[in-house]
Structure formats: structure tokens, C-alpha cells
Design a protein around this ligand. Structure first.
Ligand SMILES: [Zn+2]
Length: 250
């Protein structure tokens, strides 16, 4: 019985049939492997596929959004935050593309001479006429933790310098705290320092005076997704002294 079909196939035909089956099995395995790569093991590939679904979903929910954005941007918020992957500003604010103009860097540090952040601020305030500038730090910030440690970090050392200066200025307070408390305190001090620096920029001062631009200092809690507003109010005297010292005319 084992030979019932064999007489109908020549040796050559049998060899071809076996080869065809082998190719089919290999192709199936490869397909399965590719499917696995694109769906689970490669986050970028799957994200690229998800993008098409996302764009279709947004276009369905809000058909005018993409055509409107194609004609220009009118964001009301400039967000300055940390590059940390856990702090995606537009997502955590529940907003959409076109709502937030963004600058993010390690530990949301504003250096007075930093061309990148300065250009973003200038463009957002002078040309986009944003109504709010948000400077946000976040809990468990790696940059802040690094500045509270004493390891050499290469190019990150000059970048983190303002944080180390804040650490120096508040050393007794920070040393009296647990590592978690000290981390959060330095996060807050860094945001308050950044808000101070923002208000020393002429383009920002002008916009505050002329059209009521508002500056906000926030802390984002990565453990619960909630934003907390810091008190950045100044006394009349402090405002007067700041304007006298930093306001310049053309
Ligand atoms: Zn961070």
C-alpha cells in the first residue's frame, strides 16, 4: 500500500515535489518570523503600522484637523520640559497636534546662552504669540539624580552645571532630606530657577507687559500622570526690580 502513488511519479518528479514542500515550509516559517518582528519584537516597526491607524482614527473623529493644520499652526502653549520618555506633553495634557509648541532637553534646564531653547522661546513668543509658557519638571528625573550624585558624566557635566549650582546653594537643605525628597526639591528649585530665567528675557518681559503672557511652573508626577502647579508669584518689589534690571528698549 505504501507504494500506491509512487508508480505515478518519476524519481525526478518526486524530487521536485519534495523540494516544493521544503520551500513552502521555509516560506511559512519566514512569514511567521516576519509577522512576529512586526507585531511584537520591534517596537518601531509596529509603531509605524500603528501610525496609519492613528491618522485614520483622528481623521474620522475630527475631519477638519489635518486640513486645518496643513495651513499653519496657532498653538497657545509653549511647553519646556524634560526629554524623558515618560513626559509626553501633548498626551499628558490631553491635547492634539497643533496645540503645543515644544522644547525638551535633559532635565528641562534653561541655560541663558543656549541657542536652541532661546530660538524656540523667541519664535513661540514673538511670532506664534503663545499665551502661556509652561516650564515643567518631573518626579524621578534622571538628570536631577545625576546632579545630586558625584559621578563624571562627560558632556552631561557642563549641561547639568546649573543643577549642581542649585545643589551647592541649597546643600544643607538637600543633605537634610531623604534621596527621594532631595530629588523632588531639586526638581522644584530647577523649575523655579527656569521661570526666573524666562522672565529675564526681553521678549518674554515685553509679552507679559503688552499682552498678558502667562508663565507657569509645573511638576509632572510620572507615577500617577498628574501635573502640579508651583507658586511662581512675585512681590510688587521683585517685579519692579526685575523690570528695572532686565527690561531693555530698542
Ligand atoms: Zn527628566
Amino acid at each position: 500500500m505504501a507504494n500506491t502513488t509512487a508508480p505515478f511519479l518519476s524519481h525526478h518528479e518526486l524530487h521536485k515535489a519534495i523540494l516544493a514542500i521544503k520551500i513552502l515550509v521555509t516560506w511559512n516559517e519566514e512569514s511567521r518570523l516576519c509577522a512576529n518582528i512586526s507585531t511584537s519584537s520591534d517596537r518601531f516597526t509596529s509603531a509605524l503600522h500603528q501610525n496609519k491607524d492613528w491618522a485614520a482614527q483622528i481623521a474620522k473623529e475630527d475631519p477638519s484637523l489635518f486640513p486645518t493644520l496643513a495651513n499653519g499652526q496657532y498653538p497657545e502653549i509653549l511647553w519646556i520640559g524634560c526629554s524623558d520618555s515618560r513626559c509626553p506633553e501633548t498626551t499628558v495634557l490631553g491635547l492634539k497636534p497643533g496645540d503645543v509648541f515644544v522644547h525638551r532637553n535633559i532635565a528641562n534646564i534653561l541655560h541663558a546662552g543656549d541657542l536652541s531653547s532661546s530660538a524656540v522661546i523667541e519664535y513661540a513668543v514673538r511670532y506664534l504669540q503663545v499665551k502661556h509658557i509652561v516650564l515643567s519638571g518631573h518626579t524621578s528625573c534622571g538628570g536631577v539624580a545625576a546632579a545630586l550624585g558625584n559621578k563624571q558624566l562627560g558632556i552631561l557635566d557642563p549641561w547639568l552645571l546649573p543643577l549642581r549650582q542649585l545643589r551647592q546653594q541649597n546643600l544643607d537643605l538637600l543633605n537634610s532630606m531623604t534621596p527621594e525628597q532631595a530629588n523632588l526639591k531639586l526638581v522644584e528649585l530647577n523649575v523655579l530657577e527656569g521661570v526666573k530665567l524666562l522672565k529675564q528675557k526681553n521678549v518674554v518681559l515685553e509679552a507679559i507687559e503688552q499682552r498678558g503672557l502667562q508663565i507657569h511652573g509645573l511638576i509632572y508626577d510620572v507615577a500617577c500622570g498628574v501635573l502640579r502647579q508651583l507658586d511662581t508669584d512675585e512681590s510688587e518689589e521683585a517685579i519692579k526690580a526685575r523690570l528695572t534690571s532686565f527690561k531693555t528698549d530698542v
